[in-house]
Design a protein around this ligand. Sequence first.
Ligand code: NDP
Length: 295
Amino acid sequence: MQRVAFLGLGAIGAPMARHVAEHFDLAVWNRTAAKAGEFAAATGARAAGTPADAARGAVVVITCLPTSREVAALLDGPEGLLAGLAPGALFVDCTSGDPATSRRIAERLAAAQVEFVDAPVSGGVAGAERGALTVMCGGSAAAVGRARPVLAAFGERIVHCGGVGAGHAVKAVNNALLAVHVWSTAEGLATLAKAGVSATTALEVINASSGRSNASMNLFPERVVTRAFPRTFRLSLLDKDAAIAADLARDTRTPAPILQLAADLFRAANVTLGDGADHVEAVKLVEAWAGIEIR
Ligand code: NDP
């Protein structure tokens, strides 16, 4: 069996890695070592003591960390990934990262004869558990082709989007659209609540009409109207994604006032609600400003 390493057993990384363990000889590393130990005990994977130790002997090394900053920080030092990666290995970053940092990481890896593919995912924790994620890839066709068999362990749809950074660019824009939909749906439902229409009634109409979105069809009925707000995807991560999309629009000189505004609003929500909040809890800021709950 091919040896694979997976670094970052967070909310989405752990279920992704579980699928990899079913098909490959897997080594895992996590900053909080206890999580790697528990994962290894449950799956038969090997818990590595350091990033270098995880990468040693691996044909494919996968990272799934909060941002590209943490990925870049894992490369260096005597226990860093570059100390363990062998020439010819493939580095696949499933973080929702930023294209510019990924291009810099890819250059550094190329100097060590290691190819890089950015491969962020969508489909949430539930999609990761089902092994049914969408994976958007950036890199050479050859490198993406090499990554495919491993990505297929947790990915149902694997799309080659372009060169290094293209996967991260698509992911950032997708999530900026999620942010826009969450925020604008909350504004619409708060307005209707003040006009005397309940959220349940409003969603019955909107979800059979042209204003619907994944937010209105799934997130609002299951998480907002119920006030359940499960914590599956941290608000700080969506704040980060919306900011990457806004930066990308600026870097490419694309007029995108709604993307810029979404980034500002989600930054405000993140600062107000704190690091523990889920992304859907951003609607609480809309509710606070409107003085009404969406029910
Ligand atoms: P979590 O916050 O649940 O997990 C983050 C992981 O990164 C943990 O393993 C954590 O280790 C590790 N980590 C954090 N900081 C560092 C650091 N400085 N050095 C090394 N490791 C570190 O995040 P998710 O799993 O939810 O998200 C991971 C990536 O996937 C993000 O880019 C996110 O945007 C993206 N994503 C998440 C989705 C979701 O639904 N959750 C959906 C799609 C994409 P420790 O255990 O020690 O804290």
